[in-house]
Design a protein around this ligand. Structure first.
Ligand SMILES: NC(=O)C1=CN([C@@H]2O[C@H](COP(=O)(O)OP(=O)(O)OC[C@H]3O[C@@H](n4cnc5c(N)ncnc54)[C@H](OP(=O)(O)O)[C@@H]3O)[C@@H](O)[C@H]2O)C=CC1
Ligand SMILES: O=C(O)C1=N[C@H](C(=O)O)C[C@H](O)C1
Length: 233
């Protein structure tokens, strides 16, 4: 398969290695807005860039009818526009806040626990994420997905906010430390004990592998998808 990489930083470089190991041809490694010319006619684009440029990058690819796997976080206020573009241009779009198998299993565990806690009043809930000091957005996209999973399964909560916990509002606390690849915790605390579920990424390889697997899966599909579709979760 011919893969174009839009965004060629920490993630783009690892994705490049994994794509080549899996027998794919990387036809573009872009650090600029994609065009029909510089994309070099790929089968799929894998986009890991920056919050402020992701929308324009994705739009350019979809308008050229090229399916996009997007891992960039921090731009989701325009996600519905992107999903409409995928349908209008008869191509495919898949956003994942986190492409690792471990985190997608963690998402499912989080939703199960949220449902269990729905009828238990003794516990408060709070989220924490820890990332490297270069990360531009806060909270992480993964933490937002975790909060949304809790809200969907536990009607005690209807919103999330950065660094602030209130009645019916989940607090997400973001810590930036050294070169941490990505650690996420969900805490339930009572007056007598604490329940914690936690995912710790040792490196970025799981994110990159998941993005390439998603690219292999999305080829020749049309519409909007998530990693649940790819993994059958
Ligand atoms: N979904 C997931 O599983 C994961 C998501 N992420 C997310 O991916 C994103 C990228 O992370 P990371 O790789 O660490 O970030 P980096 O800053 O290392 O890489 C971003 C890249 O985008 C390039 N870039 C800048 N402007 C443009 C543009 N207009 N078009 C295309 N590329 C551009 C940068 O170029 P230059 O070097 O010149 O600035 C750089 O190469 C973040 O949003 C992060 O949250 C990260 C890991 C996993
Ligand atoms: O910026 C990162 O590094 C990561 N970002 C993603 C996020 O915002 O959730 C995924 C992963 O945690 C690493």
């Amino acid at each position: 398969m011919k893969i174009a990489l839009v965004g060629y930083g920490r993630m783009g470089k690892i994705i490049d290695e994994i794509a080549l190991k899996r027998g794919h041809e990387v036809v573009a490694r872009l650090k600029e807005t994609p065009t029909a010319e510089n994309l070099n006619n790929p089968d799929v684009v894998i986009e890991f860039s920056l919050p402020e440029v992701a929308f324009d990058n994705i739009k350019a690819c979809l308008e050229n009818k090229i399916p996009v796997i997007c891992g960039t976080t921090g731009w989701l206020e325009r996600k519905s526009e992107v999903e409409q573009l995928a349908v209008e241009n008869e191509t495919a779009f898949l956003y994942g806040s986190n492409f690792s198998l471990g985190v997608n299993l963690f998402f499912a565990l989080n939703e199960k626990l949220a449902g269990l806690m729905k009828n238990v009043d003794e516990y408060s809930c709070q989220l924490e994420e820890i990332h490297h000091i270069h990360k531009l957005d806060a909270p992480s996209g993964t933490a937002i997905s975790l909060a949304e999973g809790i809200i969907k399964n536990n009607d005690k909560f209807d919103a999330w906010k950065l660094e602030e916990t209130q009645e019916k509002q989940l607090g997400i606390f973001a810590i930036r430390e050294n070169e941490v690849p990505g650690t996420h915790s969900v805490y339930y605390r009572s007056e007598v004990d604490e329940i914690e579920i936690k995912h710790t990424a040792y490196n970025r390889n799981g994110f990159a592998l998941g993005a390439v697997v998603a690219a292999e899966w999305i080829k020749d599909k049309k519409g909007n998808f998530t990693m649940k579709d790819v993994l059958g979760l």
